[in-house]
Ligand binder design. Structure first.
Ligand code: BV8
Ligand code: ZN
Length: 257
């Protein structure tokens, strides 16, 4: 069957879900989760740093990594892909954005209330009493081209109980926030079109999202320059990047330029 035209599917859709991963932010200069990390963290597998055990063992190393990533995000700007997602929301009121990303680029592009399945760099909280803590006023300066980024930053202490403040993200081995997961599942059950953009589809239960959409009868369109685990569930596979493909889809669906 010829690949159905994704722009036509988009124009005719009543309820759209846009499910995004790190590839969504790649063209904003934010490294994807799997990309080798620079400096101090280059020798670590992100999956070993993004755990409660790593934070308990080396709080300054892990907190420094997240503060470096938050600084990168603050220096970044939403790309044309983020803007196209916000345009889809403007054209199709019943659009839900579900992201695995911990950056705030969807929000800064105008997406109203993206569902953050894996939390956010901007909502640190106490590692013991869960009290929300303000993100630090300053962030690490960008490392010069040749200097080795030290990267260790001792986390602040909770104003209430004095325990270390932790990043407001979901680590491996931790449950996803129940309200986020139930809101995402509800949105997916009812949608007729789901875009999966810039994710390798390897981390669960988030990676279930496109499969739940397909089982509920939605058409699944993948946007990714590489093959992924989600090729198996995609009805339409658009081999390209978020900032190239999505604006073109929106333009062909509604004539936006
Ligand atoms: C849970 C936040 C259970 C933090 C993330 C053993 C022990 C414990 C758990 C497990 C285990 N084995 C399996 C598990 C389950 C585990 C899991 O799935 N592991 C995987 C590795 C097999 N999952 C969990 O632990 C989850 N929790 O299971 O809890 C439980 C149950 C009951 C009670 C208690 C506990 C929690 C997982 C959440 C982890 N946190 N992020 C942080 O950011 O630091 S995951 C993180 O990696 C991302 O959020 C994302 O979800 C995931 C993968 O990243 P992607 O977004 O896909 O990015 P990636 O780099 O992989 O790929 C980028 C893609 O973009 C590529 O395809 C590339 O081609 C494409 N791309 C590149 N450029 C572009 C592009 N696309 C478009 N345009 C471009 N320009
Ligand atoms: Zn506390």
């Amino acid at each position: 069957m010829p690949e159905r035209d994704a722009a036509e599917l988009l124009r005719d859709a009543k309820r759209v879900v846009v499910f995004t991963g790190a590839g969504m932010s790649a063209e904003s200069g934010v490294p994807t989760f799997r990309d080798a990390l620079t400096g101090l963290w280059a020798r670590f597998d992100p999956k070993s740093l993004a755990t409660p055990e790593a934070f308990a063992a080396e709080p300054a190393l892990v907190w420094g990594w997240y503060e470096w990533r938050r600084a990168e995000v603050l220096r970044a700007r939403p790309n044309a892909g983020h803007d196209a997602v916000a345009a889809i929301e403007a054209h199709v009121p019943d659009t839900v954005v579900i992201t695995q990303n911990v950056d705030d680029l969807h929000e800064r592009a105008g997406s109203r209330t993206p569902i953050h399945l894996h939390g956010s760099l901007f909502t640190p909280r106490c590692s013991s009493c869960d009290r929300p803590a303000p993100p630090p006023a300053t962030t690490p300066a960008p490392a010069g081209p040749h200097e080795e980024l030290d990267g260790r930053l001792p986390p602040p202490s909770c104003a209430d109980c004095g325990a270390p403040v932790r990043p407001g993200v979901v680590w491996f081995g931790e449950q996803l926030p129940t309200h986020a997961l139930s809101a995402a599942t509800e949105a997916v059950f009812g949608c007729d079109l789901l875009f999966t953009v810039g994710t390798s589809g390897l981390v669960y239960p988030a990676a279930e999202i496109p499969y739940v959409a397909a089982r509920s009868g939605a058409t699944v369109v993948q946007v990714n320059p590489e093959p992924t685990a989600l090729d198996a569930v995609a009805d339409v596979n658009l081999r390209g990047t978020a900032a190239q493909i999505l604006p073109d889809l929106v333009a062909r669906a509604w004539g936006d330029r």
